[in-house]
Write a protein that binds this ligand. Structure first.
Ligand code: ZN
Length: 286
């Protein structure tokens, strides 16, 4: 569930998301390592928060691509509250070093590419920035402040559990509204930075109402709209065929001449798709 709040004087917008079930579903489908799950879960929550602040309905994807062992983390979320994600190496498993965060150790240096597609006009906006040291949430806050020029603060949590994969996952995005009182934004940023793990986790797993009351204490929180969230993949035979068509001709020739049909798994949801040798042959350019 994602819930939007504002203060009575409309200085800030506060978006709070409980993405526990989205992350658990990602784990059930991807069966990835705890580190990959942690990163995919945080990136999906970030994308869910960022797509919710688009002015119209649309889709937003984030790709963190770096020199580190995870390769890349790619996620997508839309205005209907649907998200999906995967990693370059789903089994990535490393020790963090020199007090670096899991994010820094797994991704290393590289680029964050943000792609937005607005449903109403089908317009696509793509921007890329260098990945900064610090957390995944810090990188997204910097992106929003620099590229979108909206003063923003984001915090993400992902608490892992050996049995379920994810005990709790969620995130908060605070953004200044036009003509906001700077002092109020600073107060909220401080409150967000000092939230304890005990305040983040409760009953339900992410206590959205309590978090809104804590962050907006004394500012008369006003609850706005809410959106249900889910892990959802819109893959299809046609979409995967387009990915196949982009492979090198030599790979397609090898598949067309092999003894069996080609099975391809969707990277986001692991659903299998079978392509006959005739279908593969039709993709080979004469
Ligand atoms: Zn899929």
């Amino acid at each position: 569930m994602l819930v939007r709040y504002t203060d009575a004087d409309r200085n800030v917008r506060v978006l709070i998301a409980d993405t526990t079930f989205v992350a658990r579903d990602a784990y059930r489908r991807l069966q990835c390592s705890p580190l990959a799950l942690h990163l995919i879960s945080q990136a999906m929550t970030g994308a869910i928060l960022m797509v919710a602040e688009l002015k119209t309905k649309g889709t937003l994807s984030l790709k963190f691509e770096g020199s580190g062992p995870a390769g890349h983390i790619t996620v997508e979320a839309n205005s209907d509250g649907e998200a999906r994600g995967f990693a370059g190496d789903l089994n990535v498993d490393i020790e963090t070093q020199d007090n670096r965060s899991w994010f820094e150790s797994a991704l290393g240096s590289g680029l964050l590419t943000v792609r937005k597609r607005l449903s109403t006009t089908d317009e696509i906006f793509t921007s890329a920035v260098e990945i900064e040291t610090g957390s995944l949430a810090f990188n997204l806050s910097c992106f929003l402040a620099k590229s979108d020029q909206v003063p923003s603060a984001m915090s993400l949590i992902c608490d892992l559990d050996p049995a379920q994969g994810v005990k709790a996952a969620g995130g908060i995005l605070i953004q200044a509204l036009p003509d906001a009182n700077d002092h109020i934004l600073t107060i909220l940023e401080d409150r967000l930075a000092t939230l304890s793990k005990e305040q983040w986790l409760g009953e339900p797993v992410i206590p959205i109402r309590d978090l809104a009351d804590t962050l907006l204490e004394g500012l008369h929180p006003v609850k706005l709209a809410s959106t249900e969230l889910s892990y959802r993949c819109h893959c299809s035979h046609e979409r995967l065929k387009r990915i196949l068509a982009a492979l090198p001709q030599s790979d397609l020739l090898e598949m067309a001449e092999s003894d069996s049909d080609t099975e391809m798994l969707c990277r986001f949801c692991t659903k299998p798709y079978v392509f006959s040798r005739d279908e593969i042959r039709s993709l080979i350019r004469a």
